[in-house]
Design a protein around this ligand. Structure first.
Ligand code: XIL
Length: 376
């Protein structure tokens, strides 16, 4: 691999997509796109011998053959993460009537393209169907959780990695820093270990992760969350619980100031010392001042990612990095930045009007964030 290309970053090759835009073709029209992308023949870039895997959250509509988005996903990702179609509430809205259509579509695309899939997420309170929450609290029967795991894990047996428990840390209102959710109320704090053990029985060869947010900044909340997460991992490892990795969501927020580089590096070091893989699972950036000129906004987003990547790149324990989507138009952050939500519904797409926290804008044009995503 050419050194210059490698330095430019793992996504840098996709800048070629931008060159294509200059011809005036619409990215979103799809026709002939795959063919043209293939002709660009710029490989997905990463440093020579680099072992870290690259992925993104996707939805089935991103994977339709012949579309620009599918070509981008195909070119860019080693692995795919279902953005929300793997959640319990998405597969079993009604008890005993699971439906896997969306997940099947993602798995089929991955199989055809020789990409792996990270299951996301077996347990997450926010995406647990109402019936399951009620049933767990009433019946207190672990078989409810087990049945859910048993419906997914063997069916998606080639999924080599699962987020088993998502967002279980709560240092503000939790019990021993674990969120007081239905699982915790029904089964006690041991539910995290039990979930990992159940997942291991059903997927003996998959890597099993817990995944959490708000550990990236220097403030009392993030500090407490880093400590709580480390303690949880320490306990799980001490007890011999099958935990292979920890996901750091990395939803960066410009309003929070600069990423706490030193504390984050220490946090990664401590995780690595406990022999768990570190995965950056949901990287994106929530902007603060969207009134500034676009160049300035994009530079600030790229700077934040740059600073974050410096910490990541210095850490050999980080084995993968996923962005939470590829294009701003699909970003869940539009929902959080209410003022920008309508920009996605405009025609033509109002790329400047939306939160610009992913590597590609609303028309799949690469942005400075893409170049900041250098991986060592
Ligand atoms: C988000 C999805 O992107 C949204 O579309 C959905 O409405 C809510 O969930 N942490 C996670 C992800 O682990 O699953 C969340 O994804 C973002 C926060």
């Amino acid at each position: 691999m050419n050194e210059t290309v490698g330095r430019r970053g793992f996504l840098g090759g996709l800048v070629a997509v931008g060159a294509f835009a200059a011809t005036g073709c619409s990215y979103l029209s799809g026709n002939g796109w795959d063919h043209r992308v293939a002709q660009l023949s710029v490989p997905l870039t990463r440093p020579p011998g680099g072992a870290r895997r690259i992925g993104a959250a996707v939805r089935p509509e991103h994977l339709v053959a012949g579309t620009a988005m599918a070509a981008l996903v195909s070119r860019q990702c080693d692995f795919l993460v279902p953005e929300f179609h793997g959640q319990w509430s998405a597969v079993e809205w009604e008890r005993g009537k699971p439906w896997y259509g969306n997940l099947d579509a993602i798995a089929a695309f991955a199989r055809a393209q020789r990409k792996s899939v990270r299951g996301h997420a077996l347990i997450w309170e926010k995406m647990t169907p109402k019936w399951a929450r009620a049933a767990m609290l009433e019946e207190r029967d672990w078989r409810i959780v087990e049945t859910h795991f048993a419906s997914l894990l063997p069916r998606f047996a080639d999924t080599d990695e699962w987020i088993v428990v998502n967002e279980c840390i709560d240092t503000e209102n939790g019990e021993q820093n674990l969120q007081r959710n239905s699982f915790q109320q029904a089964f006690g704090n041991g539910y995290v270990a039990r979930a990992l053990e159940t997942a291991r029985e059903l997927a003996p060869h998959a890597r099993l992760l817990i995944n959490d947010y708000s550990v990236e900044y220097s403030n009392p909340i993030d500090e407490a969350r880093r400590t709580a997460l480390l303690k949880l991992v320490e306990r799980l490892r001490h007890d011999g619980t099958p935990l292979d990795g920890v996901g750091v969501q990395a939803h960066l927020e410009l309003a929070k100031g600069p990423v706490a580089a030193r504390s984050l590096a220490k946090f990664f070091d401590e995780l690595q010392q406990m022999n768990v893989d570190i995965a950056i699972t949901e990287l994106d950036v929530l902007e603060d001042h969207r009134g500034a000129p676009i160049e300035r906004r994009d530079a600030r987003v790229a700077d934040a990612v740059d600073r974050f990547m410096d910490v990541v790149n210095a850490q050999t324990g980080v084995s993968s990095l996923a962005t939470w989507g590829l294009s701003d138009k699909d970003s869940w952050l539009q929902e959080r930045a209410a003022a920008t939500r309508s920009a996605c519904a405009c025609s033509p797409i109002d790329c400047a009007g939306m939160n610009r926290g992913l590597p590609y804008d609303g028309e799949l044009m690469p942005k400075p964030m893409l170049s900041a995503l250098t991986i060592a």
